[in-house]
Design a protein around this ligand. Structure first.
Ligand SMILES: NC(=O)c1ccc[n+]([C@@H]2O[C@H](COP(=O)([O-])OP(=O)(O)OC[C@H]3O[C@@H](n4cnc5c(N)ncnc54)[C@H](OP(=O)(O)O)[C@@H]3O)[C@@H](O)[C@H]2O)c1
Length: 307
């Protein structure tokens, strides 16, 4: 089968297209999936660059890819929830940049019928992360005010929609064409972060969800109410600033599981969630796809169409 792999950390130049055997089912609960599409996530780039070596060491050669959609072609003897031919999404953590991937049945879900394979490959990380930040950790409630930093990004766009569906008042930051996208996804207010300073524009927010990290994170503390929360998926927030502004602030590592995906999947199946696939690449163009993501301004999610 065709797969993307690398044998060393580094720039996208380390990425190679290889022809390797189709993986075999290793455990009785494993499922073999013919991949139709795979999601491209910033963590794929961070792992490749070696900046996650401590947190996420990988075995070399490494096949990237944490989420896929496809068709089940074989199942282990103890698989009870699925059958050959089912159209599914898989939460794989690795190996999804390939024509075939295996996953334990507990990390496989039926593909929402109203999504294409490419749309379905774009949702697991975004809705699972949004659920972890907004609700598991953020305890966001109806009527509360949330600021989403990076509202036109893959995760930020899902956050806007899930926060709105929960009845929150949503303020998002974005830039360029992302402003219109964030509005179309339901944000009540959108601030173009390249033209306006969020610190001077927004006040008394219950929750800040930061998907951008970087220096811009410092500007997010003053917009919170006393006792509000700043949760970041991109960078651990300063505890000194948290104390100064009398707020809680911490990094959230998302829990991407069938449990955390449930709320988002219900919205998708009810037609209340718009998937935003902004660019589709062939697997062969993996290096270009990752560089495209790194360059920024993507506005939505990048996926591979796998043939
Ligand atoms: N902790 C976890 O478990 C977890 C889970 C998922 C993702 N992540 C991380 O979360 C981050 C976002 O992921 P993603 O897939 O949503 O990436 P993405 O699609 O690239 O989105 C990032 C967004 O941040 C925006 N942005 C950049 N600089 C900004 C600034 N100064 N102010 C406001 N917005 C700014 C970008 O907007 P422009 O394009 O307009 O610059 C873009 O829309 C990545 O670092 C990823 O690794 C972490």
């Amino acid at each position: 089968m065709k797969a993307i792999q690398y044998k060393d950390y580094g720039s996208s130049a380390v990425i190679e297209l290889v022809d390797i055997p189709i993986p075999s089912i290793q455990s009785k609960k494993d499922i073999l999936i013919q991949v139709k599409a795979a999601g491209v996530n910033p963590i794929d780039v961070k792992i490749r660059m070696g900046i996650m070596k401590e947190m996420r060491p990988v075995e070399i050669p490494f096949i990237p890819g944490g989420e896929a959609s496809g068709i089940i072609v074989a199942i282990g003897t103890d698989v009870s929830k699925f059958k050959v031919g089912d159209e599914v999404i898989a939460l794989t953590k690795k190996n999804a940049y390939a024509q075939y991937v295996t996953a334990n049945e507990n990390y496989v879900l039926l593909k929402p019928k109203n999504l294409t394979f490419q749309e379905a490959a774009s949702i697991a990380v975004t809705i699972g992360t949004s659920q972890s930040v907004l609700f598991t950790e953020g305890k966001l409630e109806k009527g509360q005010k949330v600021l989403i930093q990076g509202g036109a990004g893959a995760v930020g766009g899902a956050m806007i929609q899930m926060a709105k569906a929960a009845g929150a008042y949503v303020i998002a930051t974005a830039s360029g064409d992302g402003v219109a996208l964030a509005k179309s996804l339901g944000a009540d207010e959108v601030i173009d972060y390249k033209l306006q300073d969020v610190t001077n524009t927004v006040k008394e927010v219950d929750l800040v969800a930061d998907t951008a990290g970087g220096q811009s994170q410092e500007k997010l503390f003053p917009v919170l109410k006393a006792d509000g929360k700043l949760l970041s998926i991109a960078k651990p927030p300063s505890q000194e600033l948290a104390e100064k502004h009398k707020v809680k602030a911490y990094f959230v590592a998302s829990d991407i599981s069938s449990k955390t995906l449930q709320n988002g999947l219900e919205l998708i199946e009810a037609g209340k969630f718009q998937t935003v696939v902004s660019k589709i690449f062939k697997l062969e163009a993996a290096a270009i796809a990752q560089d495209f993501l790194t360059a920024g301004g993507v506005n939505g999610k990048i996926v591979f169409a796998v043939e």
